[in-house]
Ligand binder design. Structure first.
Ligand code: ASP
Length: 331
């Protein structure tokens, strides 16, 4: 965690300096890095907390388990870790000091479940799965999501840890909401997996942007934005500024591009290019934005792309568990 932060700070200063000259207004020109080839079963997840999460998912995948069970078990690792301050228990609060969590899950049969702005429950991904499996709906938010969780036996807990509370009280002195790419305090674990039977599933969970307005939802609980799975084609998940991912229906776009024959890598690059283009059209500054996508297809090929440097992701298949630096647009 600390390592990632330090790395990101360094990368952010370097890329912020370079970014001033780097955006020349040709967002449609994406690079064409090759996709990487993995072997089935395989699991990918965002950021370096994905290493531990992948290890938990792998325990299920290596025994011919279902991708859905693997992704749920995997993302529960950072959700339950109070030192991971951007996911689940220990996550940073909103501007009112409330820890509100977003999560969604999707299986190989296009079953979906999601919770948004859920308080007091350590594992929102498990509640999202319960929404998927036990309700006629696909999304529950706020108090309704909490009431449902309690009815299912989930336990109400205080999720605000001392470090997060201290940071929030410090933030209150200025109360300025100014997320800066790569040095802001938010992350998401998005995980996508292809199991030994060739089935895909995904999970995505976060505490969202620190000090956000109460009630703000990002991309992470929105199927099609923060996560999408199509068992005929592939899967994708996202991290970064949720508003930008929602604007392009990011992960659905990535999967649709793969359906059109694009490689996972190329599909991620084109989705980032779309963000670049819209940012330019809206006269916003690209260097203030970070979004990263990871994608996996039915063949076990995978790729990733992000707006600017500093994003990495973890990959686990039979050849081992490794951290990969994502390629990026702003040089
Ligand atoms: N995508 C998350 C959100 O917007 C945050 C992140 O991944 O950094 O809530």
């Amino acid at each position: 965690m600390t390592n990632r932060r330090n790395f990101l700070k360094t990368a952010a200063f370097a890329s912020a300096a370079m970014a001033l000259n780097s955006f020349k207004g040709k967002p449609e020109e994406v690079n064409d890095f090759p996709s990487k080839k993995g072997t089935k079963p395989i699991v990918l997840s965002t950021w370096n907390f994905g290493i531990q999460a992948n290890a938990a998912a792998w325990e299920i995948l290596k025994n011919n388990g279902r991708a859905l069970d693997a992704v749920e078990a995997g993302v529960k690792i950072p959700e339950g870790d109070p030192t991971e301050r951007s996911v689940g228990y220990g996550g940073r609060p909103d501007r009112d000091g409330r820890v509100t969590l977003d999560a969604c899950i999707m299986d190989e049969n296009s079953n979906i479940g999601s919770v948004g702005c859920l308080e007091f429950i350590k594992h929102p991904i498990a509640v999202a799965r319960a929404v998927m499996e036990k309700t006629p709906h696909v999304m529950l938010v706020g108090n309704g999501a909490l009431q449902f969780a309690l009815s299912q036996g989930f336990v109400k807990e205080n999720l605000l840890v001392a470090d997060s509370e201290r940071e929030w009280r410090e933030w209150l002195k200025t109360s300025q909401y100014k997320p800066i790419a790569n040095i802001e305090n938010h992350d998401t674990i998005g995980m996508i997996a292809l199991d030994a039977n060739g089935n895909l599933s995904g999970a995505c969970t976060t505490s969202g942007m620190a000090f956000k307005m109460h009630g703000r939802l990002g991309d992470s609980p929105i199927i099609g934005a923060g996560l999408y799975v199509d068992n005929e084609i592939g899967a994708a998940t996202a991290t970064g500024h949720g508003e930008e991912v929602i604007r392009i229906s990011g992960c659905h776009l990535v999967v649709e591009l793969m359906r059109q024959g694009k490689s996972p890598q190329k599909a991620c690059e084109e989705a980032v290019a779309r963000i670049v283009k819209l940012t330019k059209n809206r006269n916003k500054n690209l260097k203030d934005i970070q979004v990263g996508f990871i994608a996996l297809n039915k063949k076990g090929e995978y790729g990733s792309y992000c707006v600017q440097g500093g994003f990495n992701y973890a990959v686990h298949d039979a050849t081992g568990n490794r951290l990969v630096d994502a390629d990026y647009f702003l040089k």
